[in-house]
Each structure stands twice: as structure tokens, then as C-alpha cells.
Design a protein around this ligand. Structure first.
Ligand code: NAD
Length: 255
């Protein structure tokens, strides 16, 4: 029997992706628009580059400008997304920041900045959309962007490691509560990807060589590399996948 590949289609769905102006968020927006979804990108800065790339193939995209370090923006994001395309079906918690510093020197401000965007916002934005989904009983998809540092300790990034380790736990916890409402909560753990987030690492010749030498695939990942997992977890194809985080890491965790 031929498999029904329509199960991967996002036609008629609306996806909201945070951190959509660049990097992995931009890659996910483009992938979703190509799969047929209406896409809403949330970012601090204009998503004009993402919008132009999606317009090139006639995809559907709107942006919401918001600073995701403060959860007071959550109701506005929900309201503006409904105005843009009606019901949001898919939420991708992608926005994230990293601050590199020896653990003994980390300031309270830097700790809070990382935790607020990478962890606190992920929970409260998920809660805001899930409230509507529980009420209308039409299901939903939440995809949280984790990290290799959800599994490993890392060095000089204590707040980032704490937040990304929390993401895997939160993904499981929310799946336990919301699966019965047909809401799939899952995650993607990218490996070492070529984006602004890893610019400092890639510019450091020693660290860059060290990292590359440990990636079985022999190359850094790209935003296009997570498109497949992101579409799978947003589509009907993953309807019985709950609380799991898929690594897209060129084999890093297998080492
Ligand atoms: P990036 O720095 O290129 O993008 C980060 C995105 O988050 C940007 O769109 C930025 O505007 C947004 N953002 C950050 N703070 C924000 C705020 N206060 N308000 C609104 N938007 C905000 O990095 P990236 O690599 O594309 O990162 C995307 C996600 O993937 C992050 O959660 C990151 O931790 C995770 N990740 C990246 C890698 C990697 O190797 N690049 C690996 C593992 C996980």
C-alpha cells in the first residue's frame, strides 16, 4: 500500500513560531509555509528577511513584534495571532538566548534574562494557547526547541544549560497533562547549527575544530536540517507522539 504522504501536509493550519527573524526559527517558518501553513513569526526585530523568503514562493506569513523576555506580552500575542489568521494550531517555542560566562561570574541579571526567554516564556505562551485548545477540544501542537545542553552540561553557559534541561522536563510534563486533549507536546534538540547563536563558537578556531571533530556527520547543521523534524511534529503524522524530544544533531549524542 502507498503511504498517505498527505499526513505531513500543513495545508489549512496556522503556525506561530517565536524567534522568526533569523536562524532556526526562520528555517522553521519557511518549511511550514512550504508545507502549506499560514505562518506567524514573533520576534523582537522585524522579520522582513523571513517574509521576503516566504513571499518568493507565494507562502503566507505575518509578523508580530514582541519582546519575549517579559510574559506580559503573552495576551497581546494571542490576540494579534487570532486577528492575523484565526485559530493557531501549532506553536513553536524557538526563541532563545545564550550568555557565555564563567559560572563564578554570572550576574543575577544575566541569569534572569536567559531563564525568562528560554524557560518562563515557553511555559506561559504554551499555557495561553493550550487554554484555548482545551476549551475548543480541536487539538494542537507544541514544539519546544531544546538543545544538546538538555542532555549535557556544557561549559560557561550555566543558565542556558539549566533552561534547556528544563525544556525537556517541561515537554514531558505538559504532554502528561494535555495529551488527552489531542495536544501533542514534543521537542527538537538541535545539535551544533550555523546560526548567530553559535557565531562565537565558530569564530573560536580551537573550539570550532573540537566541536566539528566530534560530529559524526562531519559538518555543522543548518536551519534547513531541522525542517523535516519540525514538519513531522507539527503534522498529523505525529498524532501519537507525545512528550518526546527528537535530536537533530548529525549524530552528536550517539558519540
Ligand atoms: P539565533 O540567535 O539566530 O536566533 C534566536 C532567535 O530568538 C532570534 O530570532 C531572536 O530574535 C529571538 N529572540 C531572542 N530573544 C528574544 C526576545 N527577548 N524577544 C523576542 N525574540 C527573541 O539562534 P538560533 O540558533 O536560531 O536559536 C534558535 C533556538 O535554537 C534557540 O532556542 C536556541 O537556544 C536553540 N538552539 C540552537 C542551537 C544552535 O547550534 N544554533 C543548538 C541548540 C539549540
Amino acid at each position: 500500500m502507498t503511504p498517505n504522504l498527505n499526513m505531513f501536509s500543513l495545508e489549512g493550519k496556522t503556525a506561530l513560531v517565536t524567534g522568526a527573524n533569523t536562524g532556526l526559527g526562520q528555517g522553521i517558518c519557511i518549511a511550514y509555509a512550504k508545507a502549506g501553513a499560514n505562518v506567524i513569526g514573533v520576534a523582537r526585530r522585524s522579520c522582513e528577511d523571513t517574509a521576503a523568503k516566504i513571499a518568493d514562493f507565494g507562502g503566507s506569513f505575518k509578523e508580530i513584534i514582541a519582546d519575549l523576555s517579559d510574559i506580559s506580552v503573552v495576551p497581546t500575542i494571542v490576540e494579534q495571532s487570532q486577528k492575523a489568521f484565526g485559530r493557531v494550531d501549532i506553536l513553536v517555542n524557538n526563541a532563545g538566548i545564550i550568555k557565555r560566562c564563567d559560572a563564578v561570574d554570572v550576574s543575577i541579571e544575566d541569569w534572569d534574562a536567559v531563564i525568562n526567554v528560554n524557560e518562563k516564556m515557553v511555559f506561559f505562551l504554551s499555557q495561553a494557547f493550550a487554554k484555548g485548545w482545551v476549551k475548543d477540544n480541536k487539538g494542537g501542537k507544541i514544539i519546544n526547541i531544546a538543545s544538546m545542553l538538555s542532555y549535557q552540561g556544557g561549559i560557561r553557559v550555566p543558565a542556558y544549560t539549566a533552561s534547556k534541561s528544563a525544556i525537556i522536563g517541561l515537554t514531558r510534563e505538559l504532554a502528561n497533562e494535555w495529551s488527552k486533549y489531542n495536544i501533542n507536546v514534543n521537542g527538537i534538540a538541535p545539535g551544533y547549527m550555523e546560526t548567530n547563536n553559535t557565531e562565537n563558537l565558530r569564530n573560536d578556531e580551537h573550539r570550532s575544530e573540537e566541536i566539528l571533530g566530534r560530529i559524526p556527520a562531519g559538518r555543522w547543521g543548518t536551519p534547513e536540517d531541522i525542517a523535516g523534524a519540525a514538519i513531522f511534529l507539527a503534522s498529523e503524522a505525529s498524532s501519537y507522539v507525545h512528550g518526546f524530544t527528537i535530536a537533530v544533531d548529525g549524530g552528536w549524542l550517539a558519540r
